[in-house]
Design a protein around this ligand. Sequence first.
Ligand code: ATP
Length: 365
Amino acid sequence: MAEIQLRDLWKYYDDVPAVRGINLDIEHNEFIALVGPSGCGKTTTLRMIAGLEDITAGDIVVGDRVINEVAPKDRDIAMVFQNYALYPHMSVFQNMSFGLKLRKTPKEEIDRRVNDAAEILNIGELLERRPQQLSGGQRQRVAMGRAIVRDPQVFLFDEPLSNLDAKLRVQMRTEIKKIHQRVKTTVVYVTHDQVEAMTLADRIVVMNEGVIEQVGSPEEMYDAPQTLFVAAFIGSPSMNFLPCQIEAMNGGLTIRLADDLSLPVPDGREERYKDHIGKEMLFGIRPEHITDKRPHTDPTHHDFTSDVVVLEPMGIDTMVFINIGETEITTRSRPRAVSQVGQAMDFTIDMAHMHLIDPETELVL
Ligand code: ATP
């Protein structure tokens, strides 16, 4: 069993804190994505799990064993890096089997493991080739094969796809997902790409300046972000944020935005929001929850009109940019339902998906 626990884990580089007291329980066979902007501490966290970086304070527990002092080679953890440096003078087979040979694994066992991994990765035909005779995606597969043959308890990936072009990245993302479905192991995957994190992970960990902002399933992170940072980081195009005031009206609550736009808050949120009546707040709504006007009977749907500023056709949908007061926001419509740039267009907003953020604490209420 390879549960991993990070307990109050700290890392200082001299007097610079890179990781500041994180706690995380990773389940056996779970796929965890560590995601966040450059410098947030994700690679440092991964390297501490691998044993490549000393821990300043805290514990790393794998199974029921504290591994703080265990040498990297004795951790039963395999790491796949962004720069997957294969040995150029060795064949694919030799690259994949090199680690096993060093461990003095019997030849039949090596053959079996390399052939099994090659089948999983669909590189059985390439075993005699040299790395320079492979495409970028194939090389990345060999790098993964090198890790798979070790049959480790835990896989660590550090931005493994960032050297590939956009199309290949999407293909390899699907491959990695398939491989995880076949080779069930615990995976910790570092990326700065929130789409990669959303599509691959069972749970996402969003880091910011050395701390964990939120942990949750992709759906939870998308639908119920707990902080302004997570709300803005997860989702592409990103959530819109508008300055607002919250007012009591007709026994309920209303969001007042610029341009005299007033929108009723869905029922059931009075307790959550009532202490903030009259204060300057932030209203958050994702682009897909403001669409071209549609017939509706749902009490959370409301219509308004605004002028089209920019259109961005995406094929299946068109992103329509509009201004509310000084703020430009992104909305999402069916291509045939949009107006021309400069013309008025009717929209429907679904307030069931609104978020209210306190700008002082940056917490979503
Ligand atoms: P990126 O996506 O850019 O790799 P990251 O989230 O993985 O970013 P880390 O590499 O973990 O971030 O770095 C966290 C912080 O620690 C940064 O401020 C970085 O400058 C600092 N840092 C990382 N490695 C070292 C080092 N060897 N010496 C000093 N400071 C370091």
